[in-house]
Design a protein around this ligand. Sequence first.
Ligand code: UD2
Length: 313
Amino acid sequence: MNRHYVVTGGAGFIGSAIVRSLLREGAGKVLVIDNLLTGRESNLDEVRASIDFQRADICNYQEIAPLIAGAAVVFHEAAIPSVPRSIDDPVPSHEVNIDGTFNVLRAARAGGVGRVVYAASSSAYGDTEVLPKVESMKPSPKSPYALQKLVGEYYAGIFAGVYGLETVSLRYFNVYGPRQDPSSPYSGVLSLFMKAVLERKSPTLFGDGEQSRDFTYVEDVAALNLKAARAPHVSGNVYNAGNGDRITLNQAWQLLQRIEGAGIPALYGPPRAGDVRDSQADTTAAVRDLGHNPQFSFEAGMRLTLDWYRNSR
Ligand code: UD2
């Protein structure tokens, strides 16, 4: 019998990219679990007829356990992201990111799932003395969100070691691309940049704009998820999901001005609490064990993303 694939948070920005990649690779049955808190059904418009969409909440074990049981792979993307959101309103992010993840792992174990690929976060590193950041470095979370994502990763490791559930954690490094929702102050910075440049408005940079990120295009992250689902002998491991480069916010805004032929100055505000200064992935382990092979340079990804925002306005 063909086992199914589950994507929690499958109506979200990253989850829906994984859904499309799975279908492109010929996955027969893809089941999406999403409570539509931050996800949108419109992210699945093109594939709606090919998937089983279930509006369900990972905080409700009884609701999700039967959907997860028997799956070949669960891609666990459902989360309440954002560092500042977790600082302003820590209870929901704690419940979803920690208790919800525990429920997904518990349901996967009880339901004999083949593997869980978990969306971890580069925020787990905090500020490190050296760059790039390697998986062997001691985590040093600086915000509730960073800690919550790290706890999920530890839980995935414990379920692998103690219960024999196959798990792989991918520490995402600032994923960007089409469908990232720019409508909230908690949105990813590049989605806010896209909206600003198209509206010919100034973005606000928190601090001096010299903080740097290893921005990673969503299709590269989706591809890595599929590889992590198949790779042998990786259970319990944690891998960086980044490009290996870094760029400052000032540089990113300037690049966007150049692409768009605009000359809009950025505004500057106070630094953000819990913010990491610099972020850059060492991708050696992901390349070696998972066959990670990112295809999109920052400029190529930015051009595709800007085109998408322009066309979807
Ligand atoms: C963290 C994680 C990322 C992912 C994400 C989910 C790090 C290094 N990265 O992203 O992997 O898990 O959380 O939410 O921890 N900024 C501005 N102006 C704005 C908005 C943001 O200057 O209007 C700055 C912000 O202060 C930060 C940078 O842009 O320095 C990126 O912020 P973000 O919220 O897009 O993502 P970040 O780095 O918190």
